[in-house]
Ligand binder design. Structure first.
Ligand code: C5P
Length: 240
């Protein structure tokens, strides 16, 4: 894979609290096409920020991990489409009906707005949950089995892909097929600190294992030069 293709697969996480800090980062990262806006930034700045990011020619990965009754999630998906989200997350534990409604709503809204349907990505089991916590909430205390079960349900409901830890990329692709997109956070180049991430993988290896997109935050955003860190990642991972 060449550097251009690699660049298109890197999503930079804007884990900052203000529009000002988000724009500072975006302006430092010329070659990055997609930026992730999560709960922290979205609850601080709201939809107007999404318009600002898109006016800079960038795409938005809106990571709100929607989880509610089907009608409410469907309406939220429609709003996200109106605000031009390119990618959107939802919790697969919300159930098959909720995910199906999300998919239908995404198609409907995209047609109405004459825009592209966003890629819907299902979150399976949060990486902060271990078997012990699954038991606590009445789930079968087997993280991997639950990840499979939920990823399968998500695929049946028609979502475009799943968010998963780098360790699960290969097996999910193998079990569920290449068409299901896999988005992986927990990515660390060899020269970067692991921070609080426990199960990490280098960008090159994650791509080789089959990831379609990588979510990278601190190795880029906290580097002395974010642009240099981004370029270094491209150089190390491209042309594998
Ligand atoms: O700074 P870092 O590269 O660890 O950031 C990774 C991003 O991916 C953060 O926004 C984090 O919330 C998100 N994420 C994650 N692990 C998951 C799901 C999302 O690190 N399982």
């Amino acid at each position: 894979m060449n550097k251009e293709d690699m660049a298109r697969r890197i999503i930079v996480a804007l884990d900052v609290g203000t529009k000002k800090d988000a724009l500072t980062l975006i302006n430092k990262l010329e070659g990055v096409e997609i930026f992730k806006v999560g709960l922290k930034l979205f609850t601080a700045e709201g939809p107007p920020l999404l318009d600002v990011i898109q006016n800079l020619g960038k795409k938005v990965f809106l990571d709100l991990k929607l989880h509610d009754i089907p009608n409410t999630v469907g309406d939220a998906v429609k709003s996200a489409v109106r605000h031009g989200a390119h990618m959107l997350t939802l919790h697969s534990s919300g159930g098959g009906e909720m995910m199906m409604r999300a998919v239908e709503s995404a198609f409907e809204a995209a047609e109405k707005e004459k825009t592209e349907k966003p890629l819907l990505l299902a979150v399976t089991i949060l990486t902060s949950l271990k078997n012990e916590q699954l038991e606590e909430i009445g789930m079968v205390p087997d993280t991997i089995a639950q990840v499979f079960r939920l990823a399968h349900l998500a695929q049946k409901a028609g979502v475009d892909g799943v968010v998963c830890s780098p360790q699960e990329i290969e097996i999910l692709k193998k079990e569920l097929g290449k068409e299901l997109l896999v988005v992986a956070p927990g990515i660390r180049p060899s020269w970067s600190d692991a921070h609080d991430q426990k199960r990490i993988m280098t960008p090159g290896l994650a791509i080789r294992k089959g990831a379609d997109y990588l979510v990278i935050g601190r190795p880029i955003t906290e580097a002395p030069s974010p642009q240099e860190a981004f370029m270094k990642i491209l150089e190390e991972s491209a042309d594998l």
